[in-house]
Design a protein around this ligand. Structure first.
Ligand code: 9MR
Ligand code: 9MR
Ligand code: CA
Length: 593
């Protein structure tokens, strides 16, 4: 197996050296069609890079897999000669792919234009732009995707073009499941909780996952308000004087408010069918819907998000009259319920099969809610609660939200007592420094380690970027911005699969995501702007993929299939798309000169 490949590499290498000798690379625009590597994927010998290209002043890295340092040049796509030349770094093994890779640094390339990289002996890279708006369309589309997955409303052709669809899941008659009963709302009570976003490829709505998702969008706005003001996405609310990102978040917040039991402030864990719907459009999925469970995690995530939203929407009181106060009261009631029920863990009832989002480690949820409530109210007892529960920050995910509290405190550090200010800066700084070091030591220059290749690994990459961007905001150290850029590059194609993992954004993108509307709408391309979960050697969907598709590799960074059976590697989810919005918007906005 290895021999013929090495043979090709040598002959292709010789051919390219010859071309270099003849000074003929500019004339060789079409020669890649005869290249022995053309058409292969996930093999050594391809130039991998961000398929959306780069901002003019940004770090620009490409990766070449293989065991030798190689000479490279950058040329204009349309010919016209070499604009940059160099040699890759010495290759080293990247553990997540168990293969060697080397970096080609294209950073000296700053003039806008369209280019290709040619590496000695290899097929030319994809063409890529250097463009001051390289990520604008991605930032808008990743946010617009939340409109396209709204529950309980038609998605209009005026806003969605061919992806228009009928309303589904009105959720105006939702039954209280036995697991969610309370004195005021016994089992069988019918309540209403319309709106919100569908969680993922499925049509259920889960408070825990909505928590981190909605916060991430609110944080994007809070951290970069100038970027979002005046950005028109083409959603029904566009032009109403409120930034579209806040209109979109409100669609979900209004639903979340209805997930609180008005009797005692408890929060339902999820609004769901008993079993997953079939692979049909939303209006064809008409199974009975239930409020299932009331959990401490849901109450605390709800409290954290409502406190954050109360703070953020305070400047839009005119457009959302009374809502900041309502959200504050809702947050405080949920917090009190959680104090009285500190260990109501979600346990999936016998008759319920949909997503669990179960979590039994709740110090991070307590700390996050306390941090946001402190910032909202200034009440010192929340800061004391935060201090009791807070642990060292780690990269956030739906089950570990501790970092979100640290990040909010750091963002509002001028309002903190000195000791808390130092702690917040230190926590964010230490975590980012660790990630930046991992990135620096990686042959792919990404922070991800083998253990990060879990269900939703692309969101791990983007949440690492989100943390790095916090350190950049605090310390203005260019290395943090560069490391965050590297994480975005990874998701947009600088990975061993050579795939840009966002539907419709890149040259090779997922076509068969696990997403019911994308599968059932009869339109070839999937709904645009959605992030595929990403490589996951857990392969928990193997039984469901049996006979239709198979993973070609179990190596962490390679364990991905572009097939709609693969919910463990190729589903979409709101908590994965939200850090894509955050990171693409932030990097576009922060564009270094
Ligand atoms: O569509 C469901 C997806 O959202 C979940 O992430 C996944 C794991 O819980 O389950 C999917 O539903 C599958 C179910 O678990 C088993 N039967 C086939 C369903 C569709 O693939
Ligand atoms: O993102 C979730 C992942 O961390 C879990 O390992 C996995 C299995 O429990 O569930 C994922 O969340 C799914 C949820 O349960 C149902 N909707 C689809 C979500 C993404 O696959
Ligand atoms: Ca937790």
């Amino acid at each position: 197996m290895a021999l013929p490949r090495a043979g090709h590499a040598v002959s292709a290498g010789l051919a390219a050296r010859l071309l270099l000798l003849l000074g003929g690379i500019g004339a060789c625009v079409a020669c890649h069609t005869q290249d022995p590597f053309a058409g292969t994927t996930a093999q050594a010998g391809q130039v991998r890079m961000n398929q959306l290209g780069f901002l003019p002043g940004a770090q620009k890295l490409a990766v070449v897999e293989g065991d030798r340092a190689l000479a490279f040049v950058v040329e204009r796509e349309e010919g016209g000669g070499v604009v940059l030349s160099g040699t890759t770094t010495a290759p080293a093994v990247w553990k997540p792919a168990r293969r060697e890779a080397a970096i080609a640094d294209l950073g000296a390339l700053t003039a806008p234009g369209r280019y290709r990289v040619r590496v000695e002996g290899l097929p030319p890279s994809d063409p890529f732009p250097v463009d001051a708006q390289a990520y604008s369309a991605l930032a808008d589309a990743s946010l617009k995707s939340f409109y396209l997955i709204r529950s309980g409303t038609p998605v209009e052709a005026a806003h969605a073009g061919q992806f228009a669809r009928a309303a589904g899941h009105p959720d105006e008659t939702v039954e209280i499941h036995a697991s969610a009963a309370s004195p005021g709302r016994p089992a069988g009570t019918v309540v209403s909780a319309p709106g919100g976003w569908y969680d993922a490829g499925d049509y259920n709505k889960y408070v825990v996952n909505s928590g981190i998702t909605t916060w991430t969008l609110l944080a994007a706005y809070e951290h970069f308000p100038e970027f979002f003001r005046g950005r028109e996405l083409g959603i029904p609310e566009s032009g109403d004087g409120v930034p579209d990102i806040l209109d979109e978040a409100w669609w979900n917040l209004r639903w979340m408010l209805a997930m609180q039991d008005p009797g005692d402030g408890g929060v339902y864990h999820k609004l769901t069918n008993l079993r997953f719907d079939g692979m049909v459009m939303p209006d064809q999925a008409v199974k009975r819907r239930y409020m299932v469970g009331r959990s401490t995690a849901a109450a605390l995530d709800f409290a954290a998000v409502m406190a954050t939203a109360s703070r953020v929407y305070a400047s839009y009181e005119a457009q959302f009259p009374g809502e900041p106060a309502r959200m504050r009261a809702a947050a405080e009631a949920a917090w009190r319920w959680a104090q009285a029920h500190p260990d109501s863990f979600y346990r999936q009832p016998q008759d319920v099969r949909t997503g669990a989002y179960g979590d039994e480690k709740l110090d991070d949820e307590f700390a996050w809610a306390a941090a946001e409530l402190y910032l909202l109210t200034g009440d010192a007892h929340y800061l004391e609660a935060f201090a009791r529960h807070a642990r060292d920050a780690d990269v956030p995910n739906w089950a570990d939200v501790g970092a979100l509290g640290w990040i909010s405190l750091a963002a509002h550090r001028q309002r903190l007592p000195a000791a808390s200010r130092d702690a917040a800066e230190r926590q964010v700084g230490q975590l980012a420094a660790r990630l930046a070091a991992q990135s620096r030591e990686s042959p792919w220059r990404v922070a991800m380690q083998p253990r990060d290749f879990v269900w939703g690994s692309n969101a791990v990459a983007l949440n690492q970027a989100m943390v790095l961007l916090q350190a950049y905001r605090l310390e203005r150290e260019r290395t943090y911005l560069d490391a965050a850029q590297s994480q975005l590059d990874y998701v947009l194609g600088r990975n061993p699969l050579g795939v840009s993992f966002v539907t419709s954004h890149g040259l090779r993108t997922p076509m068969h995501i696990h997403h019911r509307p994308s599968q059932a709408d009869g339109i070839a391309p999937p709904v645009p702007g959605l992030l595929s979960g990403g490589p996951n050697p857990g392969q928990q969907d193997r039984a469901d993929c049996k006979g239709v598709a198979h993973y070609r590799s179990a190596v962490p960074a390679l364990s991905w299939i572009d097939h709609d059976c693969s919910y463990a590697s190729n589903e979409t989810a709101i908590n994965w798309n939200a850090p894509l919005v955050y990171v693409s918007s932030a990097i576009q906005y922060l564009a270094p000169l």
